[in-house]
Design a protein around this ligand. Structure first.
Ligand code: ZN
Length: 150
C-alpha cells in the first residue's frame, strides 16, 4: 500500500516547512538556476568550493513540497563532500527515484535521502525530486547557468 502519506513522510514535510540552507549566497563559486516546467518548481543553487570539496551549498526559490524538501536534504548531504562523492550520490539518488517498484528500494549509502524512495511510485513527481540534483550537476560541471528538466 502506498499513498500520499507515504510520499509526504514526516521528514519531507519538515524540510518543506523549514528548508535547511535556504538563503542567498553572495560570494558563491558556482550559481545555477533550475526549472521544472511540469510542476512549476524553480530554484537557484549556490555552491562554495574549496578545491574539489563542497564547503557550503545553499538554495532559494519556490516549488512544491517534494522539490523544496529534496533541495533541503540534498544541501545538507553535500557539505564537506568532494565533487566525486557528490557525483556518486547523484547517481545513487537518481537510481533510487527511477528504479522499478517491483523490487525493494535500494537505499544503501543514501542516509536521510532514502525518504524519497516513495517518489518512484509517482513518476510525475520524479522531476520534482531530481530538479535540485540536475541543477547541482550543471553547477559543478560549469558551463550551464540554467537547467530545465524538459
Ligand atoms: Zn514539484
Amino acid at each position: 500500500m502506498s499513498d500520499l502519506r507515504d510520499l509526504y513522510q514526516e521528514v519531507i514535510l519538515d524540510h518543506n516547512r523549514r528548508p535547511r540552507n535556504f538563503r542567498h549566497m553572495d560570494d558563491a563559486d558556482r550559481v545555477c538556476e533550475g526549472y521544472n516546467p511540469l510542476c512549476g518548481d524553480r530554484l537557484t543553487l549556490f555552491v562554495d568550493l574549496d578545491g574539489d570539496v563542497i564547503r557550503d551549498v545553499a538554495f532559494e526559490g519556490t516549488g512544491c513540497a517534494i522539490s523544496r524538501a529534496s533541495a533541503s536534504l540534498m544541501t545538507d548531504a553535500l557539505k564537506g563532500k568532494t565533487l566525486a562523492e557528490a557525483d556518486a550520490l547523484f547517481d545513487r539518488f537518481h537510481q533510487l527515484v527511477t528504479s522499478s517498484t517491483d523490487a525493494p528500494a535500494d537505499t544503501a549509502g543514501l542516509g536521510k535521502l532514502a525518504v524519497f524512495s516513495g517518489v518512484r511510485e509517482y513518476p510525475s513527481r520524479v522531476k520534482c525530486a531530481t530538479l535540485s540534483w540536475h541543477t547541482l550537476r550543471a553547477a559543478l560541471t560549469g558551463g550551464a547557468t540554467k537547467v530545465s528538466t524538459e
